[in-house]
Ligand binder design. Structure first.
Ligand code: CP
Ligand code: NVA
Length: 301
C-alpha cells in the first residue's frame, strides 16, 4: 500500500488489517505515541472541513508527528505553479500529503508527481477515510460484518462510492437507494458489483422506497455536496420521499442511523433520527481519527 486514493485499491486483507489496526490504536493509544516520530504531513484543503481537518491534525499529534495545514489563501492549487511541481516540492520536506480537492484527478496528479504517500481526504469521486471510519463503526456494532445489511439512501456521491467499494470488498450487503438521475457513477457501480461478486457480497441499486425493508442500518449524506451547482428547490422536491425519518427506519427495521456529517436536520434526515438512540454519527466522527491513524501508521511507520 503506497497511497490511499480510493478504497477500491485495497485488497480484502489490507482493508481488514486497517480495521484491526484502527481498533488497536483506539484501544491502546499509548503503544503508538511515537509511531510518526520525526514525520511531517502536509494537509492541503481546497474545500472546507471540520472533521477531516481536526481529526488528521489531532490524530497526527497523538502519533508523535507534525502536521502543516495549507488552505487556498496563498493562491489556488495549480495557479502559481503546476500541481506536479507542488507535489515535487512538498515531497522534498514532508513524509506524506493529505489532500481534499475538487477534482479526483488533482489527487492522482499529486500521487504521480510526488514521491511520498498521498491520502485522499475527499474528492469529487471518493471519500475513503470516511468509508474506513464507517466500516470500523459497523464492526464495533456487529460481530460479523459479512452479515450486515446496510442501506444508503439519498444522493449517489463520493461517500456512496467509497461505501460501495468497501461493502463489496468486505462482503457486506448494500442497497443504494437514490431518486432517478441521482445514482452513483456508472463505472463505480460496475467495479463495485464485480468486487461484490468476488467477495460474496450483494450490491442493489434501486429507486423504489419500498425496497428499504429488512436493513440493519440506514446511511445518508447531504443532498448537495461541496462543489455541486444545483437548484435547492429542485433538489428538495426530487429527494423529499428519500428523507430518512422514523417511518423509514421502522419500515426498514433498522436499528442504526449513519451520516458522515455535516447533517442538515429536516432535509436528508429528520432531527429525530439524527439525534435518536440508534444514531452512530459521533461514533463515526470519532472513528475518523482512529481509521486515519491506521492508514498513517501503515503508510509511514
Ligand atoms: N465527514 C467529513 O468529511 O466532514 P468534514 O467535511 O467536516 O471534514
Ligand atoms: N458528499 C459530501 C460529503 C461531505 C463530508 C460532500 O462532498 O460535500
Amino acid at each position: 500500500m503506497k497511497h490511499l486514493l480510493s478504497i477500491k485499491d485495497l485488497s480484502q486483507t489490507q482493508l481488514l488489517d486497517l480495521l484491526v489496526l484502527a481498533k488497536d490504536i483506539k484501544t491502546h493509544p499509548e503503544n503508538y505515541r511515537k509511531a510518526l516520530d520525526g514525520k511531517s504531513v502536509v494537509m492541503l484543503f481546497e474545500k472546507p472541513s471540520l472533521r477531516t481537518r481536526v481529526s488528521f491534525d489531532i490524530g497526527i499529534n497523538k502519533l508523535g508527528g507534525h502536521c502543516l495545514y495549507l488552505d487556498q489563501q496563498n493562491g489556488a492549487l495549480g495557479k502559481r505553479e503546476p500541481i506536479a511541481d507542488f507535489a515535487g516540492n512538498i515531497s522534498c520536506w514532508a513524509d506524506a500529503i493529505v489532500a481534499r480537492t475538487f477534482l479526483h484527478s488533482t489527487i492522482e496528479c499529486l500521487a504521480e508527481h510526488g514521491s511520498v504517500p498521498v491520502i485522499n481526504a475527499l474528492s469529487d469521486l471518493y471519500h475513503p477515510c470516511q468509508g474506513l471510519a464507517d466500516f470500523l463503526t459497523l464492526s464495533e456494532q456487529f460481530d460479523d460484518l459479512s452479515q450486515v445489511k446496510l442501506a444508503y439512501v439519498g444522493d449517489g456521491n463520493n461517500v456512496t462510492h467509497s461505501l460501495m467499494y468497501g461493502a463489496a470488498i468486505l462482503g457486506i450487503s448494500l442497497t443504494v437507494m437514490c431518486p432517478l438521475g441521482q445514482f452513483p457513477d456508472g463505472q463505480v457501480v460496475f467495479e463495485a458489483q464485480a468486487l461484490a461478486k468476488q467477495h460474496g457480497g450483494e450490491l442493489i441499486l434501486t429507486s423504489n422506497i419500498d425496497d428499504i425493508v429488512n436493513h440493519d442500518a440506514i446511511y445518508t449524506d447531504t443532498w448537495i455536496s461541496m462543489g455541486d451547482n444545483v437548484d435547492l428547490a429542485e433538489i428538495e422536491a426530487k429527494f423529499k420521499p428519500y428523507q430518512v425519518n422514523q417511518a423509514m427506519m421502522e419500515k426498514a427495521g433498522a436499528q442504526y442511523f449513519m451520516h458522515c456529517l455535516p447533517a442538515y436536520r429536516g432535509v436528508e434526515a429528520s432531527g429525530e433520527v439524527v439525534d435518536g438512540e440508534g444514531s452512530l454519527i459521533f461514533q463515526q466522527a470519532e472513528n475518523r481519527m482512529h481509521a486515519q491513524n491506521a492508514v498513517l501508521v501503515t503508510l509511514l511507520a
